[in-house]
Design a protein around this ligand. Structure first.
Ligand SMILES: NC(=O)c1ccc[n+]([C@@H]2O[C@H](COP(=O)([O-])OP(=O)(O)OC[C@H]3O[C@@H](n4cnc5c(N)ncnc54)[C@H](O)[C@@H]3O)[C@@H](O)[C@H]2O)c1
Length: 322
């Protein structure tokens, strides 16, 4: 396949580029490096340092190449920033994606895979979120995902889309070719890796009074390489068939914040400094995917459904990037 992939200098886009290239596909990356890092783009991928909404550059790239599929990862991803600057998120995520998709469609690139988020389910506290669960995004970031989903659905007569709703993506490439680079991240596993690698003093648990087995929140952590592989499966399917679909991307099981910290302590064979803080506003107790739809459709068997592997790979990457 010849893939047009936006956001390939970012965390998930770079891992997906690796998975595609490892399987012999060719990838052209569009990334303006607003938050990404050029060092994450695999050498075998061609990179254009342009904005997805730069109409003249995008027209040229779309006309000069014959793409089979477009995978759209590019966007801003910080919930806290989106609450502070909702207009920025509306422009960067929703408006720019709309321009980009319209250019793709105009140039006959009509097979689209889009990175959505479990954030579209809002504070729907559940250990069994299906694709049919109610959608009620509660922050501007998640709302942009919801709006782009609706935009794609509104074009369903013209395009074939696969919308992938990621749960908590974590871990890093096992060959240490890519991983998460994020400054001042609030991501639990990123912060934990920084503590384990002695780059940060302590980890704060945001609330230990939830109605869960140990009082801390439970999330469905999925290894980034499994997410990347899901894109390859979805792309192969999209190429063969003309059906549009929405899938949850999670393992269908969750770990509590305390369990994640304990597993990291086992890995480093050391107690880490942990502090109990208040709940974060609007955080929910449990968010776990029902991923039966993807499993059934693709006979999907994840390769890295193991907390130890997720944490070890993330920590190896963190140590590698001192
Ligand atoms: N990381 C997660 O846990 C998670 C969960 C759910 C959904 N997602 C979604 O998955 C996608 C990828 O997430 P990520 O964690 O890899 O993010 P990331 O920030 O690491 O990567 C995003 C990339 O997009 C690029 N970009 C942003 N705006 C652009 C523009 N206008 N033109 C060109 N390039 C642009 C950035 O430079 C960056 O390299 C995002 O759409 C995100 O919302 C991520």
């Amino acid at each position: 396949m010849n893939i047009l992939l936006t956001g390939g200098a970012g965390y998930i886009g770079s891992h997906t580029t690796l998975s595609l290239i490892d399987k012999g596909h060719s990838v052209i990356v569009i990334d303006n490096l607003i938050t990404g890092s050029k060092s994450l783009i695999p050498k075998k991928a061609k990179h254009y340092d342009v904005d997805i909404a730069d109409e003249s550059s995008m027209q040229k790239i779309l006309k000069e190449n014959k793409f089979d599929i477009v995978m759209h990862f590019a966007g801003l991803t910080r919930v806290d920033e989106s609450v502070k600057y909702p207009e920025k998120y509306k422009l960067h995520n929703f408006e720019k994606s709309k321009i980009f998709f319209s250019l793709c469609i105009e140039n006959n690139l009509k097979k689209i895979i889009f990175s959505s988020s479990a954030g579209v389910y809002g504070n729907n506290d559940s250990s069994n979120l299906t694709e049919e669960s109610e959608l009620k995004p509660i922050n501007p970031y998640a709302n942009t995902k919801y709006q782009i989903e609706n935009f794609l659905i509104s074009k369903k007569d013209k395009i074939d889309y696969t919308i992938l709703r990621y749960f908590n993506v974590a871990g890093a490439d096992k060959g240490k070719r890519s991983g998460l680079i994020a400054k001042s991240s609030t991501n639990l596993i990123k912060v934990l890796c920084e503590v384990a690698a002695n780059k940060r003093e302590k980890i704060i648990i945001n609330g230990n009074d939830y109605i869960t087995k140990d009082g801390t929140a439970i999330r469905d952590f999925i290894h980034v390489t499994d997410i990347a592989d899901m894109h390859v499966l979805a792309a192969n399917n999209l190429l063969k068939s003309s059906s549009s679909n929405i899938f949850n991307c999670g393992y269908g099981s969750g770990y509590s914040v305390k369990e994640v910290i304990t597993e990291m302590e086992n890995i480093v064979k050391n107690k880490l400094q942990v502090e109990i803080g208040p709940r974060r506003p609007k955080d929910i107790a449990v968010s776990v995917a029902n991923s039966d739809k993807f499993k059934k459709k693709f006979n999907w068997k994840p390769r890295f459904n193991n907390l130890n592997i997720i944490l070890s790979s993330a920590l190896n990457w963190e140590k590698n990037n001192l």
